[in-house]
Write a protein that binds this ligand. Structure first.
Ligand code: SER
Length: 524
């Protein structure tokens, strides 16, 4: 089955069982400050699970775009070397909002994997949370799996939580033996080695976790399931690596073709090609969902992914920007299901090229500076670049630590990563203190009624020439010139002011050769 057929078969199977087909939400969660990116299919339904909002239909099915780049669910360094780690991935999921619970979730999943997906029951395992007798009984009864193939696991594997806070619950996973021709091994050994592969997680959503660690029962026990499309495709297409499925084939062929090489010839180049392919997917979808490269938050994640792809491109021999030329292979891969890629084609391509060009320039300038720092350290008898020096290269020349590390490695030099982290943390603390002084304008001054209302143009513009009509210090005193944090009122603005649950925009003011950061925007 091609990936598009797998996606469709999942959706049709659940649509046939009364589930509303819901489109993937964008990668940026709507109104949810607890998450940087959507990391599971249930995120767009969070309020239904919590009972805060009522769904139109008590059952839904989706193929959700997800991104996991750091923290709880992923580690970026694994992406590339590993056959199964991704940043961007698609999660197939069926959901019940207080409608059906464990029994129907298990029965329908079993029917789909052994029916339309054609997996042999004797190649499958199920796991349940250690004290979930009910789930174990259901598996034994519904699937007919022998007791040795329904296993109990602890909290680490079989209790799912969206994040530090939010809905959560015990879960049950379906595993497939990817090498059934070999003699069986213990479940732990098989799953650690990747031979027994988890393809589907059924979460029995029962609790809400709060900031203080307390868990409370949800108003209605619900179901949230997630099957990684890339893994399912690898299993159904009989290949060992997700990168050998059609979800990556077209992209990898484009990467290799552009590099004048082939995928699968040189293990080291293959890692770089996988990084490029994976990150291209993430970058393409992030841009299509409106994220732009920047130095913080979501934009910084995008920038890091783009730069990591670019660095691996250099390893493959690219000296010019190349990522934008691969975007058509992404569009082709997802044609028909995610029209946003096509719609964003031109701006995405322009942004990728501009960002990559700037990065290549940074590296060209920065590489010389790293050499210089290494030589100085060597002359002083050292073999490690100090944390402060690495931080200066990062802060002044914009060189990512990975680039510094690579150049240092070529020179058989170490770098003090801990010292770098400390210097970075100190700088973050300094800028946090600074921005606090900006928003610490607890006593927002009142403005005279003679000031005309600011004209808002943000639905049309992201940039605009505007005139300052009033200027105040942090203490609220009217001034004609401002140094440091303060408050400016404009005749017109593209900055959205805090309102209706949306935070105020941040951005940049430039003029008369000066530059100021907008830390917050609000209406009087
Ligand atoms: N939320 C669960 C997961 O991400 C199931 O969808 O695995």
């Amino acid at each position: 089955m091609l990936s598009r057929d797998i996606r469709r078969s999942f959706i049709d199977f659940y649509a046939g069982r009364g589930h509303a087909e819901v489109a993937s939400s964008p990668l940026v969660p709507r109104d949810d400050p607890t998450l940087l990116f959507v990391n599971a299919g249930m995120v767009q339904f969070k309020n239904y699970f919590l009972g805060v909002e009522q769904p139109d239909s008590p059952r839904a099915v989706t193929s959700q775009k997800c991104l996991r780049v750091s923290g709880k669910h992923n580690d970026l360094e694994n992406v590339g070397p590993s056959p199964r780690h991704h940043t961007f991935f698609e999660m197939l999921g069926n959901f019940s909002f207080g409608d059906y619970f464990k029994e129907e979730a298990i029965a329908s999943a079993w029917e789909l994997v052994t029916g339309p997906w054609g997996l042999r029951p004797d190649h499958l395992f199920a796991t349940v949370f250690e004290d979930d007798d009910e789930a174990e009984d259901l598996w034994l009864r519904i699937s007919g799996l022998p007791p040795g193939r329904v296993l109990r696991c602890g909290e680490k594997d079989n209790f799912w939580a969206m994040g530090e806070t939010g809905p959560c619950g015990p879960c049950s996973e379906i595993f497939v033996d990817t090498a059934p021709e070999l003699p069986e091994v213990g479940f732990d050994e098989g799953s650690d080695s990747g031979r027994y592969l988890e393809i589907w997680n059924l979460v029995f959503m029962q609790f809400e976790r709060h900031e203080d660690g307390r868990s409370e029962p949800l108003p209605n026990p619900s179901i949230d399931t997630g099957a990684g499309l890339e893994r399912v495709a690898a299993v159904l297409q009989g290949v060992d690596s997700n990168y050998d499925t059609d979800l990556f084939g077209t992209i990898l062929t484009a990467v290799a073709g552009t590099a004048g090489s082939e995928y699968g010839r040189d293990p080291e180049a293959d890692v770089s090609m996988r990084v490029v392919a994976d990150h291209l997917r993430a970058v393409g979808f992030l841009l299509a969902d409106g994220v732009l490269p920047s130095n913080e938050g979501r934009g910084y994640v995008l920038r890091r992914l783009l730069r990591r792809a670019s660095r691996h491109g250099m390893k493959l021999g690219f000296e010019e920007p190349f990522l934008a030329s691969l975007l058509p292979s992404l569009e082709e891969t997802f044609a028909g299901h995610y029209p946003e890629l096509e719609k964003a084609r031109e701006p995405s391509s322009a942004t990728v090229t501009a960002e990559e060009t700037r990065f290549l320039e940074t590296v060209a300038v920065g590489a010389g500076k790293v050499q210089q720092a290494i030589e100085e350290a060597r002359a002083a008898g050292g073999s490690v670049l100090g944390g402060e020096a690495v931080f200066r290269l990062y802060d002044t020349f914009g060189l990512p630590i990975e680039t510094v590390r690579e150049i240092a490695e070529e020179e058989q030099f170490g770098i003090d990563e801990e010292g770098f982290e400390t210097a970075l943390a100190e700088q973050r603390e300094r800028s946090r203190a600074k921005s606090l002084s900006g928003s610490a304008m607890a006593t927002r001054p009142r403005f005279g009624a003679d000031l005309a209302a600011t004209r808002f143009t943000g639905y049309r513009d992201l940039e605009l020439d505007a005139r300052v009509v009033d200027l105040r210090t942090a203490e609220g005193e009217s001034v004609v010139e401002l140094n440091g944090a303060g408050l400016a009122v404009f005749d017109q603005t593209p900055f959205y002011a805090e309102s209706g649950g949306q935070v105020g925009d941040v951005g940049l003011l430039t003029g008369n050769g000066d530059e100021a950061r907008v830390l917050d925007t609000f209406k009087d």
